[in-house]
Design a protein. Structure first.
Ligand SMILES: [Cu+2]
Length: 187
């Protein structure tokens, strides 16, 4: 009586095992683009970018996701944190995000992407002045050159000494602000 179901089970298990090598890989959100995308989350944990020290090859994309509060990302010069590097520095604008009712982390329905054009360091900060995010250490870097002495910790220490308000650009520029491909993703 029990022989047939057991045989079927064995056959099914054999079938799954032998089929595995030909199974297609699970599509990911980056499959629609030929570029590598590095995700950075602004606002977790606390006033931080996560990760805040990113290594990204030229041609890749850094995609910023924004958690609750009202964060932003702006490109700075290493020597002058909390201010735009120059008139061409990227600026994401602000991303107001309310808290979820249950207290869990929520994220903006929009993201901001920049293209990594070369292997030079890209320094950045959050320009939110309520709570002085940049001066509190909400800074980061793409392609830091550790041997140069220009490290993220030196940049963060300099940011803590900035007395005036953090600077912004007149408008979003230097990247792409668009729909979040995974707004319900848990961070
Ligand atoms: Cu912020």
């Amino acid at each position: 009586m029990f022989t047939t179901p057991l045989l079927l089970l064995a056959a099914a298990a054999f079938s799954l095992t032998t089929a595995a090598p030909t199974t297609q890989p699970t599509p990911s959100k980056t499959d629609s683009s030929p570029r590598i995308t590095h995700t950075v989350v602004a606002g977790r944990p606390g006033l931080r970018f996560d990760p805040e020290n990113i290594f990204a090859e030229p041609g890749s994309i850094v995609e910023f996701h924004f958690l609750q509060l009202n964060h932003s990302v702006v490109e700075a010069a290493f020597a002058a944190p909390c201010q735009p590097k120059d008139a061409a520095s990227f600026y994401s604008g602000f991303f107001p995000v309310p808290k979820n009712a249950d207290g869990s982390a929520s994220q903006s329905k929009e993201v901001f992407q920049i293209e990594v054009k070369d292997d030079k360091p890209i320094w950045f900060y959050c320009a939110q002045d309520k709570g002085r995010h940049c001066q509190s250490g909400m800074v980061g870097v793409v392609n830091q050159k550790v041997d140069s002495g220009k490290t993220l910790e030196v940049f963060r220490t300099a940011a803590k000494g900035v007395e005036g308000p953090a600077g912004v650009q007149a408008a979003v520029q230097g990247g792409w602000r668009g729909e979040n491909p995974n707004p319900l993703g848990g961070f």
